[in-house]
Ligand binder design. Structure first.
Ligand code: PHE
Length: 328
């Protein structure tokens, strides 16, 4: 009995220390300490001994039992650690690998200039107005003193849907619409898309304008000049040279076109403007003897081309990322 206990002891110690995984370790526990385990059997066999032999033998078995239990517990911690370590290693992420790139977009140069212009005028007390891109010929032409068969209609290269509806050729119809809605006095700008049958290095069939309209008592041409000068200087962040050239628009009198001096010394036309024609006011039942005002219409792409030194207007609408990414 004593021999077999020491066999049991050395055998179990060796097996536990050689055991290499948790499953095996559990099998060893059952093998020695389970209900039918070898050590348990020894304890059960105590009953067969004489009462005098019993305490000593019992003590020995219990010592072995505790030893085996504590060896198993210790081995369990070692094996559990190892298995966690193995899991970590097999599922680890190589943080030094380069990641997937997410290309971020940016606001289109024309949109960002529109926002900027809106905010400059907003700071000078202008309200921002909107109007439909599909217009009727009354608002696009007739109300603006361009009657049917007037040669100015032919100048506009209009896209027509039918005799009455068209794609607006300028933002000036919003002058009419905002006076219809709000009456006078009024101080608004109206940014938007306009359309003309035209396409070359300086023209696209769709482009953007910003319309301005100020009507009040005692408004005169100097107000227009002062306001435009202030706007252009703010927009280009430097003192710009402006040139007012006499021009003709049916809805303004007198009328002018305004050029700005670009860095390379050439003049670039950026807008048309003038004092609102009395006929336009009369069309809206506003008394031109009491109210006067000015209006202007700016080409947004022109302003953008000058600021970014872009020579071909079509670049704005070709969706070439090499071009667009430059405006991040
Ligand atoms: N609507 C004119 C154009 O498109 C510009 C303009 C607007 C001129 C307002 C005078 C006053 O050419």
């Amino acid at each position: 009995m004593s021999d077999s206990l020491s066999d049991l002891s050395s055998k179990s110690i060796q097996e536990i220390s050689e055991c290499s995984n948790l499953k095996e370790l559990e099998l060893l526990r059952v093998k020695y300490l389970g209900k039918k385990g070898a050590i348990t059997k020894q304890l059960k066999a105590l009953g067969k001994l004489t009462p005098s032999e019993r305490p000593k033998a019992g003590q020995k078995i219990n010592i072995l039992k505790e030893k085996v239990q504590s060896l198993i517990d210790a081995r369990k911690i070692v094996l559990a650690d190892a298995s966690i370590q193995e899991k970590i290693e097999s599922s680890s992420i190589d943080v030094t690998l380069s990641g997937r790139k997410n290309n971020r977009g940016n606001i289109h140069p024309i949109s960002s200039i529109l926002y900027e212009i809106e905010s400059i005028f907003h700071n000078s007390g202008f309200r921002v107005e909107d109007g439909p891109e599909i217009e009727d010929e009354y608002h696009n032409f007739t109300a603006l003193n361009i009657p049917e068969n007037h040669p100015a209609r032919a100048m506009h290269d209009t896209f027509y849907f039918n005799a009455n509806y068209l794609l607006r050729t300028h933002t000036s119809p919003i002058q009419i619409r905002s006076m219809e809605t709000h009456g006078v006095p009024i101080k608004v700008i109206a940014p938007g898309k306009v359309y003309r049958r035209d396409s070359d290095i300086t023209h696209t069939p769709m482009f953007h304008q910003i319309e301005g309209l100020v009507i009040d008592k005692d408004i005169n041409f100097t107000h227009l000049k002062g306001m435009l000068h202030q706007f252009i200087n703010t927009f280009y962040k430097r003192d710009m040279e402006l040139r007012f050239r006499p021009s003709y628009f049916p809805f303004t009198e007198p009328s002018a076109e305004v050029d700005i001096l670009s860095k390379d010394g050439s003049w670039l036309e950026i807008l048309g403007c003038g004092m609102v024609h009395p006929k336009v006011l009369e069309n809206l039942k506003i008394d031109p003897e009491v109210y006067t005002g000015y209006a202007f219409g700016m080409g947004v792409e022109r302003l953008a081309m000058l600021r970014h030194e872009i020579k071909d207007i079509r670049l704005f609408y070709e969706n070439d990322l090499h071009f667009l990414n430059q405006f991040k």
